[in-house]
Design a protein around this ligand. Sequence first.
Ligand code: UGA
Length: 438
Amino acid sequence: MRIAMIGTGYVGLVSGACFADFGHEVVCVDKNEEKIAALRADKIPIFEPGLDELVARNARERRLSFTTELAPAVRDAEVVFVAVGTPARRGDGHADLTYVFEAAREIAASINGQAVLVTKSTVPVGTGDEIERIVREVRPDARIVVVSNPEFLREGAAITDFRHPDRIVIGTDDERALDVMREVYRPLFLNQPPILPTSRRAAELIKYAANAFLATKITFINEIADLCEAIGADVQQVARGIGLDNRIGLKFLHAGPGFGGSCFPKDTLALIKTAQEADAPINIVETVVSVNEARKQALARRVADACGGSVAGKVIAVLGLTFKPNTDDMRDAPSLVLVPALLKEGAVVHAHDPQGMEQAKPLLPGVNFCASPYRAAEGADALVIVTEWDAYRALDLGRLKTIMQSPVIVDLRNIYRPDEMAAKGFRYWSVGRPNNMN
Ligand code: UGA
């Protein structure tokens, strides 16, 4: 099939490359000339495991191409995906749909008679209706069906998620468009594709509801972790004890510093706004957002407690800056709240991240960026693990102990065992586990 993908951000690039890998002919379009020039030279602007190889191979085999010219790319496409950014609008938390509507207008003007126009960008409920209105206005003569097909990819695992989806939601009541979409995804499945046809509005809401539910699950276990600290229980035991109930499930029950990233913070706010405007406020999600924010604000306090009450004049080694491992994405990362708070309290911050340091540098002025976790730990009064990169899971504890000023570790991701740390002579704080040294 001939597919045009508008927007080569995270979603567009991963989806475009994966569709090409199915055997479809995919043209990826982006207005940013530098980005397209780089992609044509096999240079991938983001870090995502396996993506560089996937893009290079499909480009070489001529199923995947890149252009800044939207009109020729969409003219003969059977399916046009819109995967442009929808940042949270300044001030009110609404998703900013300027780029989506602009793209819809341009696509409609350029299409040759008929096509299925699919929104992959996360857009508020009702956006499909507005796109349809725009398309009808620009091209009353064309047969363009507007479909919602939200994506559920996780950064760092996007290619695997694309190839093994739990479900593919297709929001349309047009049977022909549904058949076209089944054809797009057909190469994924030998039989029984988990395709879920829904109304377009339901599809749009499913994306927000899924992210808000996951954010709620994380926030729930984070609060249970705080309770565990107060009463002397282990949150990992509690998480397993509830998660083995199939109705609850084990995933997304890891207590930590609070959720971040480009999706949960933005999508929870957008859902809150949509619900308030529809006069059906979702109080639970409003609470999740404020509890998560407060949690990030309290992180520096945890570090100060581990340092005997204050970090003033202390050297703090921060390991992990990105919002999660296997990405270089710094958006809404807990480190962006913790590190400035430590600096404000008078700490000297040494930081390391395996992939995120280039992105982090302009965002975290005043930090001493180090080439390895051990360089960061040299002379440190405490070491704080903020992101659970594999590279931090088996640190040489003996070496750390000799190079640090004091053997104090604050593990915000619970990647070490308290008994192991105690045996090695560390004073160890983690999240929601009983033997925190307070
Ligand atoms: C999330 C969803 O998981 C995807 O399904 C969705 O497609 C994507 O948003 C999106 O809307 O595009 P992502 O933001 O890549 O994916 O990251 P997650 O793995 O979901 O993690 C989000 C945040 O929650 C991270 O800060 C992570 O550290 C935190 N988290 C996650 C926890 O603190 N505990 C957990 O148990 C799980």
